[in-house]
Design a protein around this ligand. Structure first.
Ligand SMILES: NC(=O)c1ccc[n+]([C@@H]2O[C@H](COP(=O)([O-])OP(=O)(O)OC[C@H]3O[C@@H](n4cnc5c(N)ncnc54)[C@H](OP(=O)(O)O)[C@@H]3O)[C@@H](O)[C@H]2O)c1
Length: 211
């Protein structure tokens, strides 16, 4: 499943991060969704921009998708001691041919999962995560990774918080791939599953219709 927050005019970031769109209701939903997941998938640019850290309370394992290993090995996610101490290392999903020096910088900080030769093969990655025990995978973005997952029809559920803000910039939408990160996807059909309104914040859950 995906979880994203967007402004009422569709922006998924303000000044390059999502914090300005968030709110207490959004944070509550973010935590509730994390509590349902055993694996949290996130793109390298989001992990870097949002300074990802270990998912302490939920106990879920974070998996950063990074084909070129552009993910910062000094992120709190990799540098903070695991909590609890026996928690498994975070995962980095990359390619077979990923740069050896970059892989070396992540040694002892992350477990590498390799799927795909020139680019990350997302269906194979999810199968590999499944073989490592993943059952409920929550993707927290960003837009480029979401676009690739939707293009590959790997998304069963979209959870979207609408922040009561109009941003009016060229910020990415919740799934968009500037620079050709992802092939164009056929439109995917979703059915409305749940709507919650709280303090001007609207939360909507959409479930994929495959019939
Ligand atoms: N509003 C929200 O809820 C929300 C949530 C998350 C993020 N954001 C915002 O979104 C922005 C970052 O998102 P983004 O779209 O630029 O990047 P992203 O989706 O977070 O990460 C893209 C990176 O993922 C890696 N990747 C590997 N295989 C991929 C594939 N098949 N498709 C796509 N990516 C793949 C690549 O890393 P390598 O270069 O290492 O190969 C690529 O550069 C930030 O501004 C962040 O604040 C908003």
């Amino acid at each position: 499943m995906l979880n994203m927050v967007a402004s009422i005019d569709g922006a998924a970031a303000i000044d390059g991060v999502s914090g300005g769109l968030s709110s207490e209701p959004d944070k509550a939903m973010f935590g509730a969704l994390r509590a349902q997941a055993d694996t949290i998938l996130v793109g390298a640019r989001t992990a870097n921009a949002e300074r990802y850290r270990p998912a302490r309370r939920s106990g879920a394992r974070i998996a950063v998708v990074s084909g070129s290993l552009s993910v910062d090995p000094d992120l709190p996610l990799f540098s903070q001691p695991p909590d609890p101490p026996a928690a498994p290392l975070p995962l980095v999903v990359t390619t077979v041919g990923a740069d050896c020096d970059a892989a070396e910088r992540l040694a002892d900080r992350a477990e590498l999962v390799r799927a795909g030769t020139d680019s990350v093969d997302l269906p194979a990655s999810l199968r590999r995560l499944g073989s490592l025990g993943a059952r409920v995978v929550l993707c927290e973005g960003g837009p480029a990774l979401n676009a690739s997952l939707l293009a590959a029809d790997l998304v069963d559920e979209v959870n979207l918080t609408h922040a009561p803000l109009a941003v009016a910039t060229d910020a990415p939408r919740i799934a968009s791939a500037p620079g050709g990160d992802s092939p164009a996807a056929a439109p995917r059909a979703f059915a409305l599953e749940q709507v919650i309104a709280h303090d001007d914040v609207l939360f909507v859950r959409w479930v994929r219709s495959r019939h």
